[in-house]
Write a protein that binds this ligand. Structure first.
Ligand SMILES: Cc1cc2nc3c(=O)[nH]c(=O)nc-3n(C[C@H](O)[C@H](O)[C@H](O)COP(=O)(O)OP(=O)(O)OC[C@H]3O[C@@H](n4cnc5c(N)ncnc54)[C@H](O)[C@@H]3O)c2cc1C
Length: 494
């Protein structure tokens, strides 16, 4: 008889794990509290405008391909993934712009317009970034870092012996300034800390791995909108026999003090051989797992990633100067991070990210119009901030800043919706509204990130942005893979 795995949540991490487990012969049931799958990767329709509500840029698509292969399906039949060019159009506070490209010749030329010296440095920077990837990917992304037996492979020991190459002691910013002299380019490469919701002035330089991933492995968009990924995973889940139920919040992870024994849902107790939890680990320990006070306190001390404020604007004008992805940088980047992470207030001059999928999929907005997804990094939730008061001020500042850059939306916004940090908690139960899980704002963050296997309860496993290897589409999908493999191994042993 198949062993039964009960899965909490249909976010990308848990869903990826569920697909693998079903393919490996387990009986798998997923319980999702919302009415649809995908978690933070979701979509919304406002009149004639369609929006992705979470991720907008895809990296490492080979992680998706590998999952489809594992499940015996062809990804290309279900999901069209296309490179995006330019990757992003950057607007700097002095009025300069730069189109970032995965084409090394174009990127070098774009940088050379800012600084000839930095154009040569770019090549060296990418080599340095690639070295970090080669040294760390296996150990920090593809392996269960907390499983000592697996960590002690020859390849991983090689990484530990060459620790200096992964640059763990400097901050990202300290290393970026060693390569680039032009302040605008420093700002551009510092920005990659925000890809997992961290602060470049505190996060370890190991995160300089991200430019290699983005510029060399490539940056992609999913035709039809990012939400197609959730739909394709759901289809795959159905094909391999995963049962998904919606609008059923899990109330408790049942256990006998030593082993997870099942879930409580709508007052009913359901028995399981294994539980895979896709809810944020910190929140799961606060709300679903009774006992283990010490562990709960320890987890609560880990710093969440930043949160975000999203405006979805259906705009009845077209803006030829904008690309699919656009960034309007803050004048003082250091101050912006100081306000987000130290003072925990909305920055008074936020960097604004604008994604317009109608540039790639015109049917996402009516003719002559655009669907603006506008994201500002914000502090994670604190009781001191009242979002009802804050929201109109931040909205006014955002519109004012866009006007200064030549994009006057006054009177052009005909549809509008917003997602606040409080909503990120409410919709997805993310830890204090964080959008990526935990921050990487210390040298030891990668090691402190909760493991994919519970330390306290046998049979309990975790997937998603708050666990190893971290936030972002490919990483949470890898967390699902790691958790599924650990469950399969445990099942073989028993
Ligand atoms: C605004 C924004 C922009 C982003 N941009 C990018 C990007 O460009 N590229 C990128 O790669 N990543 C990006 N990310 C990050 C990426 O979206 C996340 O890392 C990833 O989607 C999180 O997946 P997860 O598996 O952790 O699950 P989550 O998305 O957190 O989903 C968890 C699911 O579990 C459900 N759940 C929680 N508790 C319970 C319970 N008790 N019972 C039942 N169900 C429960 C929730 O409803 C939810 O559906 C972005 C995120 C946001 C919010």
């Amino acid at each position: 008889m198949s062993k039964r795995v009960l899965v909490i949540g249909a976010g990308l991490g848990a869903l990826s794990g569920a697909i693998r487990l079903a393919r490996m012969g387990f009986e798998v049931h997923v319980y999702e509290k919302n009415a649809s799958a995908g978690g933070k990767l979701n979509e919304r329709q406002l009149g004639g405008y369609r929006f992705d509500t979470g991720p907008s840029l895809l990296t490492m698509p080979f992680v998706i391909d590998e999952l489809f292969e594992f499940a015996g399906a062809a990804r290309a039949k279900q999901l069209a993934i296309a490179p995006i060019e330019p990757i992003c159009r950057y607007f700097f506070s002095d009025g300069a712009t730069l189109d970032a490209s995965a084409n090394p010749v174009k990127m070098r030329a774009a940088i050379a317009r800012f600084s000839q010296r930095d154009a040569a440095a770019y090549e060296k920077f990418l080599q340095y970034s690639e070295r970090i990837y080669q040294r760390t990917a296996e150990i920090f992304l593809f392996s269960p870092i907390h499983e000592l037996a697996k960590l002690l492979t020859l390849k991983n020991l090689g990484t530990l012996l060459h620790l200096r190459e992964i640059d763990p002691l400097r901050t990202m910013h300290e290393s970026v300034v060693r390569f680039f002299a032009d302040e605008r380019l420093v700002q551009l490469f510092d920005r990659y800390a925000t890809y997992n919701g961290s602060n470049p002035y505190r996060a370890p330089a190991t995160l300089n791995i991200i430019p290699y991933v983005e510029y060399v492995l490539g940056s992609y968009y999913i035709r039809g909108g990012m939400y197609r990924l959730a739909e394709a995973l759901l289809e795959l889940a159905n094909q391999v026999g995963v049962q998904v139920q919606y609008s059923v919040p899990v109330q408790k992870i049942l256990h006998d003090g030593k082993r997870a024994t099942g879930l409580q849902i709508e007052g009913e107790q359901l028995a399981a051989d294994y539980v895979l939890c896709g809810q944020d680990v910190v929140v799961a320990h606060e709300q679903l797992i009774g006992g283990f006070e010490g562990r709960r306190k320890k987890l609560a001390r880990l710093e969440p990633s930043c949160s975000g404020l999203v405006f979805m604007w259906g705009v009845r004008t077209r803006h030829e100067r904008l690309a699919h992805h656009n960034i309007f940088f803050a004048r003082d980047y250091h101050k912006e991070f100081e306000q987000i992470f130290e003072q925990r207030v909305p920055p008074d001059d936020s960097t604004i990210y604008v994604a317009i999928t109608s540039k790639s999929d015109p049917e996402h907005a009516p003719a002559g119009c655009e669907n603006w997804f506008v994201l500002l990094n914000m502090p994670y939730l604190t009781s001191a901030l009242n979002w009802i008061e804050v929201l109109p001020k931040v909205r006014a500042l955002t519109l004012e800043k866009l006007r200064r850059f030549g994009f006057d939306l006054e009177g052009a916004i005909e549809q509008e919706d917003v997602i606040t940090p409080e909503d990120f908690y409410r919709f997805y139960r993310s830890n204090r509204g964080s959008i990526y899980g935990l921050s990487s704002n210390s040298r030891s963050a990668a090691f402190k990130r909760p493991s994919n296997r519970s330390r306290e309860l046998r049979g309990l496993y975790f997937a998603g942005g708050s666990t190893h290897p971290g936030g972002g589409i490919p990483l949470v999908m890898l967390s699902g893979k790691i958790a599924a493999e650990l469950i399969a191994e445990a099942s073989h042993r028993s």
